[in-house]
Design a protein around this ligand. Sequence first.
Ligand code: FES
Length: 118
Amino acid sequence: MSRETCFRLCPLTSLPDQSAQGFSILWQSKELELLVVREGARIHAFVNSCPHTGAALDWAPHQFLDAEGKHIQCATHGALFRLRDGYCVFGPCAGQSLTPVPVEVVKEDVVIRTVVEP
Ligand code: FES
């Protein structure tokens, strides 16, 4: 029987509009690096790994967005990804996407839910 695991990442109020924040969670005995982006009322989460080389995207802790706050920008070669779906619109991995992670807001907290198979 599978069971659901819930990770409360942060209060929604700690994630201003047009901002991103990095998180590290323990997932199946391994550390998983994530980034969470707020775009108005919508929250998106992705694995913090560029599809070009697998490198982490942030150029400093929690620094994931370009200067305008309109795209996620890879620190290594500058690829730009849409906030809403992680699709790469510019750079060496154009046409590829970040790996999405299901995220939701529960009682004003940003929450990741995962299903763990036995
Ligand atoms: S590692 Fe991200 S664009 Fe090259």
